[in-house]
Design a protein around this ligand. Structure first.
Ligand code: YXS
Length: 266
């Protein structure tokens, strides 16, 4: 497909009763979270809010091998600029999900990579098929993940499991994720849609104001980690060393050149 050709929508959306569904629909780019794709998801969430949707299902098409390949690497800045700053589209999407005034359910089939893991972990419930996997990949590219993103991960699993995921950057299976409580349910692919709709309907029948306030309370409590300005500035200084490093540049170039990166530690 001609890269410059105008492309149709990158997501499909629908509302059934009080349930809104967003389907990632850019398979040729493995649903990489480009600014364009993220803008469409955020726009859909805003429309759903305007129509008092009571549950959102965020999914890809049935049977995908890759749910999302994570942040669009071609949109990562080349050195000298924080790749995951406040205004990065990925940060915007995570906040939009966390601040949406109703539960967002991630329906997963296929691989979830990098920043897409944070998007999924920011969702309120995660239901995955056995073929789903979760790979947290900053170390694969030499990226210094950001503080609020690390907190999203910390709220999703124990520190030891998170360290294994971030240090190895290897995919974690849905079976192990369920066993560890990282996901709510693992459901066979042929049953997952009906299973998710049933949970969504249960939520729809409850009081939306009560649910919305409890979601916001839990967001505030989960984010209530005291970090002094001095500590925050120290972390930002450490992150700058990483995104200014040769290794950050090497990680991105290796990805673009479809080769294994050779990290020097500089
Ligand atoms: O070569 P063409 O033009 O056909 O495009 C290929 C890939 O380059 C493209 N693509 C991506 N483009 C931008 N950003 C991406 N993350 C990305 N992933 C894939 O999509 C076309 C088809 O990809 P291909 O041929 O590799 O598909 P596949 O089915 O053989 O393999 C699927 C994957 C997901 C295993 C493979 O595409 C892959 O390993 N993708 C990168 C996964 C990853 O490392 N994601 C992390 C991105 S960085 C990020 O999320 C954060 C910044 S962090 O790393 O800090 O968490």
């Amino acid at each position: 497909m001609d890269a410059d050709a105008p492309r149709g929508p990158l997501v499909e959306t629908k509302i059934d009763g009080s349930i809104g569904t967003i389907v990632l629909d850019n398979q040729e780019r493995r649903n990489a979270l480009s600014k364009m794709l993220i803008d469409e998801i955020v726009k859909a969430l805003a429309q759903f809010e305007g129509q008092q949707v009571r549950v959102v299902i965020l999914r890809a098409h049935s049977g995908v091998k890759v749910w999302s390949a994570g942040h669009d690497v071609s949109e990562l800045p080349e050195g000298g600029r924080d790749p995951l700053g406040w205004d990065d589209p990925l940060r915007y999407l995570v906040r939009a999900i966390e601040e949406f005034p109703a539960p967002v359910i991630a329906l997963l089939e296929g691989g979830v990579w990098g920043g897409a893991c944070e998007v999924v972990f920011a969702c309120d419930l995660i239901i995955a098929s056995p073929a789903a996997t979760f790979a947290v990949t900053p170390a694969r590219l030499g990226v210094p993940y950001n503080v609020s993103g690390m907190l999203t991960f910390m709220n999703a699993c124990t520190l030891r499991i998170l360290k294994e995921m971030v240090f190895t950057a290897k995919p974690l299976s849905a079976e192990r994720a369920e066993r560890l409580g990282i996901i709510n349910h693992m459901v066979p692919a042929e049953k997952i849609e009906a299973f998710v709709l049933e949970i969504a309907q249960d939520i729809v029948e409850n009081a939306p104001l009560s649910i919305s306030v409890m979601k916001e309370q839990l967001r505030m409590l989960a984010g209530a980690h005291p970090m002094s300005p001095r500590r925050f500035e120290r972390v930002q200084g450490l992150r700058r060393i990483v995104y200014d490093s040769d290794d950050y540049e090497e990680g991105i170039q290796a990805f673009k050149q479809k080769r294994k990166p050779r990290f020097s530690g500089h």
